[in-house]
Design a protein around this ligand. Structure first.
Ligand SMILES: *Cc1c(COP(=O)(O)O)cnc(C)c1O
Length: 435
Protein backbone atom coordinates (compact mmCIF):
# COMPACT_ATOMS: atom_id res chain seq x y z
CA UNK A 1 0.00 0.00 0.00
CA UNK A 2 1.19 3.49 -0.70
CA UNK A 3 -0.53 6.80 -1.18
CA UNK A 4 -3.94 5.32 -1.89
CA UNK A 5 -4.55 5.35 1.84
CA UNK A 6 -4.86 9.12 1.62
CA UNK A 7 -8.21 8.58 -0.04
CA UNK A 8 -9.61 7.45 3.31
CA UNK A 9 -12.92 5.84 2.42
CA UNK A 10 -11.31 3.46 -0.09
CA UNK A 11 -10.19 1.25 2.79
CA UNK A 12 -11.89 0.05 5.94
CA UNK A 13 -10.94 1.06 9.48
CA UNK A 14 -9.00 -2.16 10.19
CA UNK A 15 -6.82 -1.59 7.14
CA UNK A 16 -6.29 2.11 7.79
CA UNK A 17 -5.33 1.64 11.45
CA UNK A 18 -2.31 -0.37 10.22
CA UNK A 19 -1.41 1.38 6.98
CA UNK A 20 -2.58 5.01 6.99
CA UNK A 21 0.32 7.44 6.89
CA UNK A 22 2.97 4.72 6.63
CA UNK A 23 5.00 3.52 3.69
CA UNK A 24 8.22 1.49 3.51
CA UNK A 25 11.20 3.62 4.52
CA UNK A 26 12.51 5.19 1.29
CA UNK A 27 16.16 4.84 2.38
CA UNK A 28 16.18 1.23 3.64
CA UNK A 29 12.88 -0.38 2.72
CA UNK A 30 12.17 -0.95 6.43
CA UNK A 31 8.56 -2.12 6.55
CA UNK A 32 7.84 -0.85 10.04
CA UNK A 33 8.03 2.92 10.52
CA UNK A 34 11.51 3.73 11.87
CA UNK A 35 11.96 5.83 14.98
CA UNK A 36 13.61 8.89 13.46
CA UNK A 37 15.60 9.74 16.56
CA UNK A 38 16.98 13.01 15.27
CA UNK A 39 16.74 16.63 16.30
CA UNK A 40 17.55 18.25 12.96
CA UNK A 41 17.52 17.57 9.18
CA UNK A 42 20.18 18.56 6.64
CA UNK A 43 19.00 21.21 4.17
CA UNK A 44 19.72 20.49 0.48
CA UNK A 45 21.13 24.02 0.12
CA UNK A 46 20.54 27.56 1.37
CA UNK A 47 17.54 28.13 -0.93
CA UNK A 48 15.88 24.96 0.37
CA UNK A 49 16.42 26.13 3.94
CA UNK A 50 14.94 29.55 3.19
CA UNK A 51 11.88 28.03 1.48
CA UNK A 52 11.23 25.77 4.47
CA UNK A 53 11.54 28.63 6.93
CA UNK A 54 9.15 30.77 4.84
CA UNK A 55 6.58 27.90 4.78
CA UNK A 56 6.85 27.95 0.97
CA UNK A 57 7.91 24.33 0.97
CA UNK A 58 6.85 21.58 3.36
CA UNK A 59 9.70 19.58 4.90
CA UNK A 60 11.65 18.82 8.00
CA UNK A 61 13.60 21.53 9.82
CA UNK A 62 13.78 20.70 13.51
CA UNK A 63 11.95 18.08 15.59
CA UNK A 64 10.20 20.59 17.84
CA UNK A 65 8.05 21.27 14.74
CA UNK A 66 8.04 18.09 12.67
CA UNK A 67 9.53 14.61 12.77
CA UNK A 68 8.91 11.76 10.28
CA UNK A 69 7.81 9.22 12.93
CA UNK A 70 5.43 11.70 14.51
CA UNK A 71 4.20 12.68 11.03
CA UNK A 72 3.10 9.09 10.33
CA UNK A 73 1.09 9.05 13.54
CA UNK A 74 -0.45 12.44 12.70
CA UNK A 75 -1.59 11.21 9.30
CA UNK A 76 -2.87 7.96 10.79
CA UNK A 77 -5.01 9.60 13.46
CA UNK A 78 -6.28 12.23 11.00
CA UNK A 79 -7.32 9.42 8.63
CA UNK A 80 -9.03 7.35 11.34
CA UNK A 81 -10.99 10.42 12.45
CA UNK A 82 -11.84 11.40 8.87
CA UNK A 83 -10.03 14.74 9.25
CA UNK A 84 -7.70 16.61 6.88
CA UNK A 85 -4.75 16.99 9.24
CA UNK A 86 -3.54 16.45 12.77
CA UNK A 87 -0.86 17.76 15.11
CA UNK A 88 0.50 15.48 17.80
CA UNK A 89 1.79 16.89 21.05
CA UNK A 90 3.23 15.87 24.38
CA UNK A 91 0.01 14.97 26.26
CA UNK A 92 -3.75 15.18 26.11
CA UNK A 93 -3.70 18.35 28.15
CA UNK A 94 -1.16 19.85 25.76
CA UNK A 95 -3.55 18.99 22.91
CA UNK A 96 -6.34 20.93 24.62
CA UNK A 97 -4.17 24.05 24.94
CA UNK A 98 -2.96 23.57 21.34
CA UNK A 99 -6.57 23.37 20.13
CA UNK A 100 -7.68 26.49 22.01
CA UNK A 101 -4.56 28.58 21.44
CA UNK A 102 -5.30 29.75 17.86
CA UNK A 103 -8.89 30.60 18.82
CA UNK A 104 -8.62 32.26 22.20
CA UNK A 105 -7.18 35.46 23.64
CA UNK A 106 -7.57 37.63 26.72
CA UNK A 107 -11.25 38.33 27.46
CA UNK A 108 -12.47 35.48 25.24
CA UNK A 109 -14.29 32.38 26.46
CA UNK A 110 -14.93 28.71 25.72
CA UNK A 111 -18.25 27.13 26.69
CA UNK A 112 -17.54 23.69 28.16
CA UNK A 113 -19.51 20.72 29.45
CA UNK A 114 -19.64 20.20 33.20
CA UNK A 115 -19.00 16.52 32.47
CA UNK A 116 -15.30 16.44 31.60
CA UNK A 117 -12.25 14.51 32.70
CA UNK A 118 -11.28 15.92 36.11
CA UNK A 119 -7.94 17.24 34.89
CA UNK A 120 -9.69 19.11 32.09
CA UNK A 121 -12.04 20.78 34.57
CA UNK A 122 -9.01 21.99 36.54
CA UNK A 123 -7.14 23.12 33.44
CA UNK A 124 -10.13 25.06 32.12
CA UNK A 125 -11.46 26.45 35.39
CA UNK A 126 -8.16 27.58 36.94
CA UNK A 127 -5.04 27.46 34.79
CA UNK A 128 -6.30 29.05 31.58
CA UNK A 129 -7.29 32.16 33.57
CA UNK A 130 -3.57 32.98 33.62
CA UNK A 131 -3.88 33.56 29.87
CA UNK A 132 -6.94 35.77 30.39
CA UNK A 133 -9.14 32.99 28.92
CA UNK A 134 -12.42 32.02 30.54
CA UNK A 135 -14.33 28.70 30.56
CA UNK A 136 -18.07 28.68 31.17
CA UNK A 137 -19.32 25.31 32.41
CA UNK A 138 -22.83 24.23 31.48
CA UNK A 139 -24.92 21.05 31.46
CA UNK A 140 -24.69 19.94 27.81
CA UNK A 141 -28.05 18.15 28.05
CA UNK A 142 -29.61 21.62 28.36
CA UNK A 143 -29.23 23.06 24.85
CA UNK A 144 -30.82 26.38 25.82
CA UNK A 145 -28.28 26.76 28.62
CA UNK A 146 -25.43 26.05 26.19
CA UNK A 147 -26.77 28.67 23.78
CA UNK A 148 -27.34 31.15 26.61
CA UNK A 149 -23.75 30.75 27.85
CA UNK A 150 -22.40 31.78 24.44
CA UNK A 151 -21.84 35.45 23.64
CA UNK A 152 -19.85 37.59 21.21
CA UNK A 153 -16.64 36.67 23.06
CA UNK A 154 -17.16 32.90 22.74
CA UNK A 155 -14.62 31.22 20.49
CA UNK A 156 -15.28 27.51 21.00
CA UNK A 157 -17.63 24.93 22.48
CA UNK A 158 -15.91 21.99 24.20
CA UNK A 159 -17.13 18.56 25.32
CA UNK A 160 -16.27 14.86 25.38
CA UNK A 161 -18.04 12.30 23.16
CA UNK A 162 -18.18 9.67 25.92
CA UNK A 163 -17.60 11.60 29.13
CA UNK A 164 -15.37 9.94 31.64
CA UNK A 165 -16.34 8.60 34.12
CA UNK A 166 -20.13 8.66 34.52
CA UNK A 167 -21.30 6.78 31.41
CA UNK A 168 -22.49 9.99 29.78
CA UNK A 169 -22.85 10.31 26.01
CA UNK A 170 -23.02 13.81 24.51
CA UNK A 171 -25.63 14.52 21.83
CA UNK A 172 -22.93 15.81 19.48
CA UNK A 173 -25.30 16.66 16.61
CA UNK A 174 -27.40 18.90 18.85
CA UNK A 175 -24.38 20.62 20.41
CA UNK A 176 -22.80 21.11 16.96
CA UNK A 177 -26.04 22.81 15.94
CA UNK A 178 -25.67 25.32 18.79
CA UNK A 179 -21.97 25.96 17.98
CA UNK A 180 -22.96 26.50 14.34
CA UNK A 181 -25.58 29.09 15.29
CA UNK A 182 -22.98 30.96 17.36
CA UNK A 183 -20.44 30.65 14.54
CA UNK A 184 -17.70 28.92 16.54
CA UNK A 185 -16.09 25.47 16.26
CA UNK A 186 -17.19 22.50 18.36
CA UNK A 187 -14.12 20.80 19.86
CA UNK A 188 -14.70 17.19 20.95
CA UNK A 189 -12.38 15.26 23.26
CA UNK A 190 -12.72 11.79 21.72
CA UNK A 191 -10.29 10.06 24.10
CA UNK A 192 -12.72 7.69 25.80
CA UNK A 193 -14.48 6.66 22.58
CA UNK A 194 -11.59 6.64 20.06
CA UNK A 195 -12.44 7.02 16.36
CA UNK A 196 -13.41 3.33 16.35
CA UNK A 197 -16.47 3.93 18.53
CA UNK A 198 -17.26 7.54 17.64
CA UNK A 199 -16.45 9.81 14.70
CA UNK A 200 -17.26 13.34 15.94
CA UNK A 201 -16.75 14.96 12.51
CA UNK A 202 -19.74 12.96 11.22
CA UNK A 203 -21.79 14.67 13.96
CA UNK A 204 -20.73 18.22 13.14
CA UNK A 205 -17.59 18.69 15.24
CA UNK A 206 -14.90 20.93 13.74
CA UNK A 207 -11.93 19.79 15.82
CA UNK A 208 -11.14 16.64 17.80
CA UNK A 209 -8.60 16.34 20.61
CA UNK A 210 -7.14 13.14 22.04
CA UNK A 211 -5.12 11.99 24.94
CA UNK A 212 -3.22 9.33 22.96
CA UNK A 213 -1.94 8.21 26.38
CA UNK A 214 -5.12 6.16 26.71
CA UNK A 215 -6.74 3.77 24.18
CA UNK A 216 -4.83 4.89 21.07
CA UNK A 217 -1.59 3.70 22.66
CA UNK A 218 -3.48 1.14 24.71
CA UNK A 219 -0.74 -0.25 26.89
CA UNK A 220 -0.01 2.44 29.47
CA UNK A 221 3.52 3.21 28.24
CA UNK A 222 3.71 6.76 26.86
CA UNK A 223 2.05 10.15 27.21
CA UNK A 224 0.76 11.93 24.13
CA UNK A 225 -1.96 14.06 22.63
CA UNK A 226 -3.35 15.01 19.25
CA UNK A 227 -5.45 17.79 17.69
CA UNK A 228 -7.32 16.73 14.55
CA UNK A 229 -8.90 19.19 12.13
CA UNK A 230 -12.00 18.33 10.09
CA UNK A 231 -11.05 21.06 7.62
CA UNK A 232 -14.70 22.12 7.61
CA UNK A 233 -14.68 25.32 9.64
CA UNK A 234 -14.54 28.60 7.71
CA UNK A 235 -12.04 30.67 9.70
CA UNK A 236 -12.59 33.67 7.44
CA UNK A 237 -16.39 33.81 7.73
CA UNK A 238 -16.05 36.38 10.54
CA UNK A 239 -13.28 38.47 12.03
CA UNK A 240 -13.29 36.38 15.21
CA UNK A 241 -10.33 34.14 14.33
CA UNK A 242 -7.55 36.56 13.36
CA UNK A 243 -4.76 34.05 14.12
CA UNK A 244 -6.03 32.04 11.17
CA UNK A 245 -7.57 34.69 8.91
CA UNK A 246 -5.48 37.87 9.45
CA UNK A 247 -1.83 38.53 8.48
CA UNK A 248 0.67 36.74 10.77
CA UNK A 249 3.54 39.09 11.70
CA UNK A 250 5.90 36.20 12.55
CA UNK A 251 5.64 34.96 8.91
CA UNK A 252 5.87 38.28 7.02
CA UNK A 253 2.12 38.85 6.98
CA UNK A 254 1.15 35.38 5.73
CA UNK A 255 -2.57 34.58 6.21
CA UNK A 256 -2.92 30.94 7.26
CA UNK A 257 -6.44 30.37 5.99
CA UNK A 258 -5.89 32.10 2.67
CA UNK A 259 -2.56 30.31 2.09
CA UNK A 260 -3.27 26.79 3.39
CA UNK A 261 -7.05 26.53 2.91
CA UNK A 262 -8.57 23.68 4.91
CA UNK A 263 -5.13 22.82 6.32
CA UNK A 264 -4.84 26.26 7.99
CA UNK A 265 -5.45 25.00 11.52
CA UNK A 266 -2.95 22.15 11.13
CA UNK A 267 -0.23 24.39 9.65
CA UNK A 268 -0.83 26.98 12.36
CA UNK A 269 -0.55 24.24 14.99
CA UNK A 270 2.91 23.32 13.72
CA UNK A 271 4.28 26.65 12.55
CA UNK A 272 3.08 28.69 15.54
CA UNK A 273 1.78 26.25 18.17
CA UNK A 274 4.60 23.71 18.32
CA UNK A 275 7.22 26.26 17.33
CA UNK A 276 6.41 28.65 20.19
CA UNK A 277 4.64 26.56 22.84
CA UNK A 278 6.98 23.61 22.31
CA UNK A 279 4.58 20.89 23.51
CA UNK A 280 6.13 18.41 21.09
CA UNK A 281 5.57 14.65 20.96
CA UNK A 282 8.85 12.74 20.86
CA UNK A 283 9.44 10.07 18.20
CA UNK A 284 9.68 7.26 20.78
CA UNK A 285 6.21 8.11 22.04
CA UNK A 286 4.93 8.27 18.46
CA UNK A 287 6.39 4.78 17.86
CA UNK A 288 4.60 3.23 20.84
CA UNK A 289 1.35 4.92 19.86
CA UNK A 290 1.69 3.75 16.25
CA UNK A 291 2.08 0.19 17.58
CA UNK A 292 -1.09 0.74 19.60
CA UNK A 293 -3.17 2.06 16.70
CA UNK A 294 -2.48 -1.13 14.69
CA UNK A 295 -4.76 -3.13 17.02
CA UNK A 296 -7.19 -0.37 18.03
CA UNK A 297 -10.38 -1.89 16.61
CA UNK A 298 -9.63 -5.35 18.04
CA UNK A 299 -8.93 -3.95 21.47
CA UNK A 300 -11.95 -1.64 21.49
CA UNK A 301 -14.25 -4.52 20.52
CA UNK A 302 -12.98 -6.55 23.47
CA UNK A 303 -13.01 -3.53 25.82
CA UNK A 304 -16.68 -2.96 24.98
CA UNK A 305 -17.61 -6.65 25.14
CA UNK A 306 -16.00 -6.99 28.59
CA UNK A 307 -17.47 -3.71 29.87
CA UNK A 308 -20.97 -4.82 28.82
CA UNK A 309 -20.57 -8.22 30.53
CA UNK A 310 -19.16 -6.75 33.74
CA UNK A 311 -21.67 -3.88 33.93
CA UNK A 312 -24.55 -6.34 33.52
CA UNK A 313 -23.12 -8.68 36.14
CA UNK A 314 -22.61 -5.81 38.59
CA UNK A 315 -26.07 -4.37 37.95
CA UNK A 316 -27.60 -7.70 38.97
CA UNK A 317 -25.52 -8.01 42.14
CA UNK A 318 -27.36 -7.02 45.35
CA UNK A 319 -24.13 -5.63 46.88
CA UNK A 320 -24.03 -2.99 44.13
CA UNK A 321 -26.39 -0.01 44.37
CA UNK A 322 -25.82 1.58 40.99
CA UNK A 323 -23.90 1.09 37.74
CA UNK A 324 -23.59 4.08 35.41
CA UNK A 325 -22.78 2.66 31.99
CA UNK A 326 -24.48 3.97 28.85
CA UNK A 327 -24.38 0.46 27.39
CA UNK A 328 -26.94 -0.72 29.95
CA UNK A 329 -30.62 -0.52 29.00
CA UNK A 330 -31.24 1.16 32.38
CA UNK A 331 -29.01 4.11 31.42
CA UNK A 332 -30.72 7.37 30.43
CA UNK A 333 -28.08 7.61 27.67
CA UNK A 334 -28.69 4.14 26.22
CA UNK A 335 -30.68 5.53 23.26
CA UNK A 336 -27.82 7.87 22.31
CA UNK A 337 -25.30 5.03 22.05
CA UNK A 338 -26.73 3.68 18.78
CA UNK A 339 -26.56 7.12 17.18
CA UNK A 340 -23.32 8.57 18.59
CA UNK A 341 -21.23 5.44 19.34
CA UNK A 342 -22.75 2.69 17.20
CA UNK A 343 -20.01 0.17 18.05
CA UNK A 344 -20.47 0.49 21.81
CA UNK A 345 -20.48 2.80 24.80
CA UNK A 346 -16.81 2.39 25.67
CA UNK A 347 -15.31 0.67 28.68
CA UNK A 348 -15.49 3.20 31.51
CA UNK A 349 -18.13 3.19 34.21
CA UNK A 350 -18.68 3.84 37.87
CA UNK A 351 -20.43 1.72 40.47
CA UNK A 352 -21.81 2.66 43.88
CA UNK A 353 -21.52 -0.08 46.49
CA UNK A 354 -23.17 -0.75 49.81
CA UNK A 355 -21.03 0.16 52.80
CA UNK A 356 -19.84 3.55 51.54
CA UNK A 357 -16.29 4.89 51.80
CA UNK A 358 -14.91 2.07 53.98
CA UNK A 359 -16.28 -0.66 51.71
CA UNK A 360 -14.81 1.08 48.63
CA UNK A 361 -11.36 1.24 50.22
CA UNK A 362 -11.60 -2.47 51.11
CA UNK A 363 -12.74 -3.34 47.60
CA UNK A 364 -9.85 -1.46 45.97
CA UNK A 365 -7.41 -3.18 48.33
CA UNK A 366 -9.04 -6.56 47.74
CA UNK A 367 -8.99 -6.59 43.93
CA UNK A 368 -6.24 -8.76 42.48
CA UNK A 369 -6.37 -8.34 38.69
CA UNK A 370 -7.57 -4.73 38.69
CA UNK A 371 -4.81 -2.20 39.42
CA UNK A 372 -5.52 0.86 41.57
CA UNK A 373 -4.12 3.64 39.39
CA UNK A 374 -4.91 7.13 38.09
CA UNK A 375 -5.16 6.11 34.45
CA UNK A 376 -7.65 4.68 31.98
CA UNK A 377 -7.71 3.09 28.56
CA UNK A 378 -5.03 0.49 29.32
CA UNK A 379 -5.19 -3.13 28.10
CA UNK A 380 -5.28 -4.09 31.79
CA UNK A 381 -8.29 -3.43 33.99
CA UNK A 382 -7.99 -0.45 36.28
CA UNK A 383 -9.94 0.92 39.22
CA UNK A 384 -9.80 4.09 41.25
CA UNK A 385 -11.62 5.27 44.33
CA UNK A 386 -11.94 8.93 43.43
CA UNK A 387 -13.09 10.13 46.87
CA UNK A 388 -9.85 9.02 48.53
CA UNK A 389 -7.56 10.02 45.61
CA UNK A 390 -8.31 12.32 42.66
CA UNK A 391 -11.29 14.03 44.33
CA UNK A 392 -9.86 13.97 47.87
CA UNK A 393 -9.66 17.76 48.18
CA UNK A 394 -13.36 18.27 47.44
CA UNK A 395 -16.20 18.38 49.96
CA UNK A 396 -18.57 15.40 50.01
CA UNK A 397 -21.19 17.55 48.23
CA UNK A 398 -18.70 18.44 45.48
CA UNK A 399 -17.67 14.79 45.18
CA UNK A 400 -21.29 13.72 44.73
CA UNK A 401 -21.89 16.45 42.13
CA UNK A 402 -18.86 15.18 40.19
CA UNK A 403 -20.20 11.62 40.22
CA UNK A 404 -17.39 10.66 42.60
CA UNK A 405 -19.20 10.26 45.91
CA UNK A 406 -17.60 8.35 48.83
CA UNK A 407 -19.34 5.07 47.81
CA UNK A 408 -18.33 5.29 44.12
CA UNK A 409 -15.60 3.36 42.29
CA UNK A 410 -14.53 4.10 38.73
CA UNK A 411 -13.53 1.23 36.47
CA UNK A 412 -11.62 1.13 33.20
CA UNK A 413 -12.30 -2.36 31.87
CA UNK A 414 -9.39 -4.07 30.15
CA UNK A 415 -9.17 -6.87 27.62
CA UNK A 416 -8.47 -9.81 29.95
CA UNK A 417 -10.85 -12.81 30.21
CA UNK A 418 -14.23 -11.47 31.33
CA UNK A 419 -14.77 -14.51 33.58
CA UNK A 420 -11.53 -13.82 35.46
CA UNK A 421 -12.51 -10.18 35.93
CA UNK A 422 -15.95 -11.16 37.24
CA UNK A 423 -14.41 -13.63 39.70
CA UNK A 424 -12.07 -10.88 40.88
CA UNK A 425 -14.96 -8.44 41.39
CA UNK A 426 -16.95 -11.12 43.22
CA UNK A 427 -14.21 -11.94 45.75
CA UNK A 428 -13.39 -8.24 46.30
CA UNK A 429 -17.07 -7.40 46.89
CA UNK A 430 -17.15 -10.16 49.49
CA UNK A 431 -14.13 -8.65 51.25
CA UNK A 432 -15.68 -5.17 51.01
CA UNK A 433 -19.21 -5.89 52.18
CA UNK A 434 -18.89 -9.19 54.09
CA UNK A 435 -21.65 -10.61 51.84
C1 LIG B 1 -6.38 11.52 30.29
C2 LIG B 1 -7.34 12.42 29.66
C3 LIG B 1 -6.99 13.74 29.30
C4 LIG B 1 -5.62 14.29 29.60
O1 LIG B 1 -4.65 13.60 28.87
P1 LIG B 1 -3.13 13.43 29.35
O2 LIG B 1 -2.52 12.64 28.25
O3 LIG B 1 -3.15 12.74 30.68
O4 LIG B 1 -2.58 14.83 29.45
C5 LIG B 1 -7.93 14.51 28.69
N1 LIG B 1 -9.18 14.06 28.44
C6 LIG B 1 -9.55 12.80 28.75
C7 LIG B 1 -10.94 12.35 28.45
C8 LIG B 1 -8.65 11.94 29.38
O5 LIG B 1 -9.04 10.70 29.70
Amino acid sequence: MSDETENGPTYGFDTLQIHAGARPDPATGARQTPIYQTTAYVFRDADHAAALFNLQEVGYIYSRLTNPTVAVLQERIATLEGGVGAVCCSSGHAAQIMALFPLMGPGLNVVASTRLYGGSVTQLSHTIKRFGWEARFVDFDDLDAVAAACDENTRAVFCESIANPGGYITDLDAIAGVADQVGVPLIVDNTSATPYLCRPFEHGASLVVHSTTKYLTGNGTVMGGCVVDSGNFDWSASDRFPSLSAPEPAYHGLKFHETFGNLAFTFHGIAIGLRDLGMTMNPQAAHYTLMGTETLSLRMERHVENAEKLAQWLENDPRVEEVTYAGLKSSPYYARVARICPKGAGALFTIAIKGGYEACVKMVNGLEIFSHVANLGDARSLVIHSASTTHRQLTTEQQIAAGAGPNVLRFSIGIEDADDLIRDLDQALLKATGQ
